[in-house]
Design a protein around this ligand. Sequence first.
Ligand code: GLN
Length: 226
Amino acid sequence: GKSDSGDKKETLVMATNAEFPPYEFYEGDKVVGIDADIAAAVAEEMGMELKIEDMAFDSIIAAVTSGKADIGAAGMTVTEDRLENVDFTDTYAKATQVIIVKNDSAIAGPDDLTGKKIGVQLGTTGDIYADDIEDAEVERYNKGFEAVQALQQGKIDAVVIDGEPAKEFVKEAEDLKILDEAFTEEEYAIAVKKGNDELKDKINEALASLKDSGKLDEIVAKYISA
Ligand code: GLN
């Protein structure tokens, strides 16, 4: 309800996929989470108002390149491939890809995934890793949680997904565990349109000030208990 308020705050449109707790998820009909809070704080630093557009994860980069969204904030890992289509701000979080299996699974680490049926979220780095595993059959789901459900139903052998959502998804699932041995470390950043240095610089400034003030840590602590 901001349209009639008469204030001239510009809108910062954020594309995300709100299926990725604790970074973005629904609380009622509102998208909340670490990315939502960081983007809101960044927008505030920039004197703008945040608007969140929820979409499929693999539509986010296209939304940013087409200008439909100003930023993509979705626990998005900086990769060389993505850098061909968008620019990334400074990173704001570290992450790992982990493996979820059933408690009684013989799979104990990445090496045991050879020839297995692996569930991933479509278009994620987990998808890319799984695709590289020899003889593995990769099942792609629109939501990470759907992959976890397929695992519980015995349709697949393992799920490869980011560590923090993995913890959220496994929290309530007594039959599942996260393996200690993880894949490589990744870093999350905010995607902006290629060449939009003005926006990128402003966001980096805002991020730096949120880091300095401790606000960033505060946001993370609100959603991730140490
Ligand atoms: N970090 C992963 C990626 O960037 C997954 C992100 C997500 O599912 N929101 O591909």
